[in-house]
Design a protein around this ligand. Structure first.
Ligand SMILES: NC(=O)C1=CN([C@@H]2O[C@H](COP(=O)(O)OP(=O)(O)OC[C@H]3O[C@@H](n4cnc5c(N)ncnc54)[C@H](O)[C@@H]3O)[C@@H](O)[C@H]2O)C=CC1
Ligand SMILES: CC(C)CC(=O)C(=O)O
Ligand SMILES: [Mg+2]
Length: 352
């Protein structure tokens, strides 16, 4: 089982270290780790945030564990050399178009939610975010208009096949859960999302067992804090899904808890090839201080074992160990506690 390990920048290496300790503790046979440098780390070491050698490792691996990228010292580089291009580039290079971002309330954490405990306690949702299109990947630039003003522009678009393939992922996910799918768009204003809604309805006809609803993204942001328990599966575009999933994380207590899978259609001998990462970034404000919560990274390892290697029992073991650590009161600074990165890793390992 070949696993690419791209720790990246900021807290990336710190949280990756804890996830690898957990992987090691499972003592799985035949695991080969393939280390690579991405983001600012890639730029410094190899001269590029996503070097050709790194892309080669990504292609060769059965799955990728990804920490985070983002390094303010690289912010003034040309756009193609900025750290964030590494994650955007990997998602596109490997056609990882389906981003699964589960948000579920852990027992005992209700009081840490930004919401009232009785509201937060009902959260059990999956955000399915399209990951290869939308305004993040459109043509873009900063141009000078005839009157001398500078104008920034980014093209938002979705082709119908791009919407159709993410729709199928979301409908199938809803079939495996409570059978409810809410498509979040902005079709009242954006043509891109008028097409999105049309295609969702069209694909929905193939899934009569799934109840499809539609919601504008502004309302969805509000409903997410008013009554998040109403959501089972949400499907949405790249940018809306990026924003709503960070918001969902605070509904369950912290961004340091949310894991994600980026999947495509490539099957290996073990399962579906994918990239697995926390939903958060490189957190430069706490990097290097041993304060980061590694749980999102450890939970990303669990869903990697599930999706890419078919190791359901091991995934469940890890998830249970994290849940037990939280139930036992282990809290990082993000959850109002004092446990550091290594201490949280120790706590999860002890329960594993
Ligand atoms: N997939 C990726 O690699 C992503 C990269 N980024 C990049 O990361 C850099 C920082 O971006 P921000 O907007 O600050 O978002 P961020 O997610 O890195 O941090 C936001 C806030 O949450 C806290 N936080 C995040 N993860 C945490 C954890 N595991 N434990 C405890 N606290 C945690 C941070 O300390 C910060 O206060 C930027 O360069 C950005 O472009 C942002 C999001 C995703
Ligand atoms: C570089 C960003 C698009 C990454 C991000 O914020 C995310 O995927 O959640
Ligand atoms: Mg994000």
């Amino acid at each position: 089982m070949k696993i690419a390990v791209f720790a990246g920048d900021g807290i990336g290496p710190e949280i990756m270290h804890e996830a690898l300790r957990v992987l090691d503790a499972l003592a799985l046979p035949d695991v080969t780790l393939m280390e690579g440098y991405v983001g600012g780390a890639g730029y410094r070491k190899l001269g590029h945030p996503l070097h050709a050698d790194t892309i080669r490792i990504a292609h060769e691996a059965d799955a990728i564990l990804f920490g985070a990228v983002g390094d303010f010292e690289c912010d003034n580089l040309e756009r193609h050399l900025r750290p964030e291009q590494a994650i955007l580039g990997l998602r596109r290079e490997l056609t990882l178009f389906a981003n699964l971002r589960p948000a579920t309330m852990f027992a005992g954490l209700e009081e840490m939610s930004a919401l009232r405990p009785e509201v937060a306690g009902k959260i059990d949702m999956l955000i399915v975010r399209e990951l290869n299109g939308d305004v993040y990947f459109g043509e873009k630039g900063i141009r000078t208009l005839d009157d001398g003003r500078r104008q920034g522009w980014d093209l938002m678009s979705y082709a119908e096949d791009e919407v159709r393939r993410i729709a199928h992922v979301a409908f199938r996910a809803a079939q495996g859960r409570k059978g409810r799918l809410c498509s979040v768009d902005k079709s009242n204003v954006l043509e891109t999302f008028q097409l999105w809604r049309d295609v969702m309805i069209e694909v929905g006809a193939e899934y009569p067992d799934v109840a499809l609803s539609h919601m504008y993204v502004d309302n969805a942001a509000m409903q997410l804090v008013r009554d998040p328990g109403q959501f089972d599966v949400i499907v949405t575009g790249n940018m809306f899904g990026d924003i709503l999933s960070d918001q969902a994380s605070m509904c369950v207590g912290s961004i340091g808890l949310l894991a994600s899978a980026a999947l495509g259609e490539t099957q290996t001998q073990y399962g579906t090839k994918g990239l697995f990462e926390p939903i958060h970034g490189s957190a430069p404000d706490i990097a290097g201080q041993g304060k980061a919560n590694p749980m999102a990274m450890i939970l990303s390892l669990a869903i990697m074992l599930r999706h890419s290697f078919g190791l359901e029992a091991e995934a469940v073991r890890i998830e249970a160990a994290v849940a037990q650590a939280l139930a036992d009161g282990i809290r990082g600074g993000d959850l109002g506690g004092t446990a550091g990165t290594a201490e949280i890793g120790d706590a999860v390992l002890a329960r594993l």
